[in-house]
Design a protein. Structure first.
Length: 186
């Protein structure tokens, strides 16, 4: 393994959050075109079943992650539980993820209940972020998901979220209860 590949591997391993090619390029003073094939080679190398971890593309960067099959055993190491979300928090996250930028009024209209407390909690946990103010009377704040949201749910970007068509395939009874508008699919 050449020194640059080993150095890329070390930087990704030591980073406390997903490391983008831009940041890696800055740290190593190498062009992204040189680093991209190295990262892809590392993904292939660590993607095999002979390792207990893999190199994932998450939240616009790269991060080593442990294989899911070892999660129950690894929980003993940290004695931490997987994050749990209330139904209200998951509904709010889903609305913001799919409709961002979204205002609190839009979220509350779709949920049918006050969402201020849930949104504050999600902001405190850095899963939501304020994108700015909407250019309408009252200038309400607009919300969007954060990098921490992408990282927590293991998404490269918002395009990795399942489409309405994929949801319908997972739960056919949902489609019967809530038929999809063909204009909304994909």
């Amino acid at each position: 393994m050449d020194d640059l590949k080993r150095l890329v591997e070390a930087f990704i391993f030591a980073a406390d959050s997903p490391l983008s090619l831009d940041r890696l390029s800055t740290f190593l003073e190498q062009p992204k075109a040189t680093l991209r094939p190295i990262v892809l080679e590392l993904q292939q190398e660590y993607g095999s079943e002979k390792h207990g971890f893999f190199l994932a593309e998450v939240a616009g960067g790269y991060q080593f992650r442990t294989s899911e099959e070892f999660a129950p055993s690894l929980r003993k190491l940290n004695r931490t539980r997987a994050p749990r979300f209330s139904r209200a928090a998951l509904e709010t996250l889903a609305i913001v993820a799919y409709r961002q930028p979204a205002t609190r009024a839009e979220i509350e209209y779709l949920r049918g209940v006050d969402s201020g407390g849930v949104m504050k909690t999600l902001l405190d946990k850095s899963l939501l972020r304020i994108l700015g103010k909407k250019d309408i009377p009252g200038r309400p704040l607009m919300y969007g998901t954060s990098r921490q949201f992408l990282e927590l749910f293991g998404l490269r970007d918002l395009n990795d979220l399942p489409t309405l068509k994929e949801f319908a395939a997972l739960a056919p009874e949902l489609e019967e209860a809530y038929p999809l508008n063909p204009d909304q699919v994909d």
